[in-house]
Design a protein around this ligand. Structure first.
Ligand SMILES: Cc1cc2nc3c(=O)[nH]c(=O)nc-3n(C[C@H](O)[C@H](O)[C@H](O)COP(=O)(O)O)c2cc1C
Length: 347
């Protein structure tokens, strides 16, 4: 039945399909999978236990509506958002395009979400109950489109969300919010990093704060970001958001490209940042993962954890459980006791 529902959703307009998926998950219409923990996939990072390295990346559950159902499908951590201080509608439709043959998606959503207050309410009321104490919730934050000073938005978001999540991601890399990626230039990046860590200190919090990076940055940007991350003891970098690069694709649709065509490019960033930071900054690898071998590749280049989005859309609700099983099998076959032994082994 779920396979049929997934097939039906793959045939209709992508944004409507996404809306129906969220409604279905909210109504409990998802397979009841018997998840099995496997110690070989378990890692403790930032003092938190990640049962597997597989997380859901930002953008699927923008409004924190379906955290519990998503955990039930096998993700060890979920990143909700991107959340902005005020609700916003995003860009004009149509703004999600499936490129099935290329195993890719192009989106130009532009941070459509119900806003900080409503998202916080969802986190507190609907989803994050005691059932999932061993699962991890990240919140991805970003500025409203018309905001002049990004730090004002980040401040209000951080102060409202740090007490109800396990980590915060500052999104500086969506290509669909004008000017956002300029914040990855060294002076801007340094200012943001220092301000947000100061805010954490002022609030007596120890919550991990990560930064999500664009795959389209220059080699100079990479060096600057790595140096700033090291100097400020940044908890982690998420590599990467979607790309504007179309060299691997003969399609001129506007927006951020995700999925298979992003795989090599995002891997390159993992390898570069692992080297530039001598493996001292935790990296989360995202972009184009479709198989357990893909996960292994990202971890061999230096990622400690991974996230995915596009393959989940294409493969459906049983996919994450299968990936976890495949991953523990490979780890076993390769003779590793724990997946952490893989990290950086091909860097
Ligand atoms: C439809 C769609 C919406 C997205 N929305 C967000 C978002 O709100 N914030 C964000 O940081 N990334 C967003 N992303 C990017 C993903 O989190 C991820 O970084 C990217 O898709 C690469 O991973 P993938 O190839 O596994 O999809 C979005 C991606 C897609 C396809």
């Amino acid at each position: 039945m779920y396979k049929l529902a997934h097939f039906f959703l793959s045939k209709i307009e992508p944004e409507l399909a996404h809306k129906l998926s969220i409604l279905g998950l909210r109504a409990g219409l998802h397979p009841k999978i018997k998840l099995k923990d496997n110690d070989s996939l378990k890692q403790i990072i930032w003092g938190r236990t990640f049962k597997t390295p597989i997380g859901l990346s930002a953008g699927f559950d923008k409004n924190a509506e379906v955290i519990s159902p998503l955990f039930k499908l096998g993700f060890s951590y979920i990143e909700v958002g991107t959340v902005t201080p005020l609700a916003q509608k995003g860009n004009l439709k149509p703004r999600i395009f499936r490129l099935k043959k290329e195993k890719a998606i192009i989106n130009s959503l532009g941070f459509n979400n119900i806003g900080l207050k409503a998202v916080k309410k969802n986190i507190l009321e609907k989803n994050f109950n005691n059932l999932f104490q061993d699962r991890i919730l990240g919140v991805n934050i970003g500025n409203n489109k018309n905001t002049i000073e990004i730090l004002d938005d980040l401040k209000v978001l951080f102060e409202n969300l740090y007490s109800c999540s396990d980590y915060i991601t500052v999104n500086l890399s969506s290509p669909n919010t004008p000017g956002l990626r300029d914040n990855l230039k060294s002076n801007n990046f340094e200012k943001i990093v220092k301000s947000i860590y100061k805010l954490r200190e002022d609030n007596n919090s120890k919550i991990p704060i990560l930064f999500k990076i664009s795959p389209d940055i220059t080699p100079e940007d990479k060096k600057d970001i790595a140096l700033i991350a090291l100097a400020n003891d940044v908890d982690g970098l998420i590599l990467t958001n979607t790309t504007l690069d179309r060299t691997k694709l003969n399609i001129s649709l506007k927006g951020g490209l995700s999925g298979r065509p992003l795989f090599d490019k995002s891997n390159e960033l993992i390898r570069d940042f692992y080297a530039l930071t001598s493996g001292k900054i935790k990296l989360i690898g995202v972009g184009g993962i479709f198989t357990s071998e893909d996960i292994l590749t990202k971890m061999q280049y230096g990622a400690s954890l991974i996230q995915l989005y596009t393959s989940f859309v294409y493969q459906g609700p049983y996919f994450i459980d299968q990936l976890n099983k495949d991953l523990s099998q490979i780890i076993n076959e390769l003779g590793y006791k724990n997946i952490s032994e893989v990290i950086g082994s091909m860097a």
